[in-house]
Ligand binder design. Structure first.
Ligand code: MG
Ligand code: MG
Length: 256
């Protein structure tokens, strides 16, 4: 079932979104060579706890998973695309890090992700991948308007990724979000315009392109049962916002 949120509910989601954004920014600010992803996860966990919110990812267990997720954020480094379990391996200068985090406050959820390079000298190719992934997210958000369809968001994201020659993680995309982190509808990262569910005011979506530098759409799962890596071993980026569709246009709820 697709749930439509009223104005008040969207404002509550904005609070959960702001805490999610704060957790991500605090983790990003703490990231430098020698710091471990586990330590960044602790930073995110503290921000969420101090805000009186509940982490969405900790112990999350979809039917497809054999074990519950053991951390507050997914931290995916280099060829890891999404769902990385925060490790205790110190980050190196030039590592490409994607952090995905979610929080629930007063029963409403926020879900967002950022990608960045550790240290002061990002490789130009890594920065380009992050820039295009961000551009794909912006294009998807721009298409999130009443009267458009899910396919318009999917097409907007996919067109930006493919024009740059990047891969899109097969079968993975965004989702509706509200009381639950994952609600209907699925939001593919590639598709045909003017297809699928018609967008309405009050629909809230998590839009999240995941791009793979080498151009492959294929991935593999680590033995940990969670971390998903590009099959070709090239680096990946993942950015996400929770976005409310309103008569005034798309509103990003996961902002500081
Ligand atoms: Mg997410
Ligand atoms: Mg999501």
């Amino acid at each position: 079932m697709i749930e439509i949120k009223n104005r008040h509910e969207i404002e509550l989601m904005r609070e959960a979104g702001r805490i999610t954004a704060q957790a991500l920014e605090a983790a990003r600010a703490a990231a430098r060579p020698g710091v471990t992803p586990k330590e960044l996860d602790d930073v995110a966990a503290e921000v969420i706890a101090r805000a009186g919110a509940e982490p969405l990812f900790l112990n999350y267990r979809p039917s497809s998973a054999s074990t519950p997720f053991p951390a507050v954020s997914c931290i995916s480094v280099n060829d890891a695309i999404v769902h990385g379990i925060p490790s205790s391996d110190p980050l190196q200068p030039g590592d490409l890090v994607s952090i995905d985090c979610g929080a629930r406050l007063h029963g409403w959820s926020g879900d967002a992700a950022i990608s960045f390079v550790v240290g002061d000298a990002p490789d130009a190719k890594d920065q380009h991948l992050i820039d295009i992934t961000t551009e794909a997210l912006q294009a998807g958000i721009y298409a999130a308007r009443p009267g458009n369809k899910i396919g318009d968001i999917a097409h907007a994201i996919g067109a930006v990724a493919r024009a740059a020659g990047y891969g899109l993680m097969e079968g993975h995309g965004g989702h509706g979000i509200g009381r639950e982190m994952h609600e209907a509808p699925h939001v593919p990262n590639e598709g045909r315009p003017n297809r699928g569910y018609r967008l309405r005011s009050g629909l809230v979506l998590a839009i999240e392109p995941m791009l793979i530098a080498g151009g492959t759409d294929e991935y593999r799962e680590d033995d940990d049962g969670w971390t998903l890596r590009s099959l070709d071993g090239t680096r990946a980026a993942h950015v996400e916002h929770t976005v409310a569709i309103t008569a005034d246009g798309p509103q990003v709820l996961t902002r500081l």
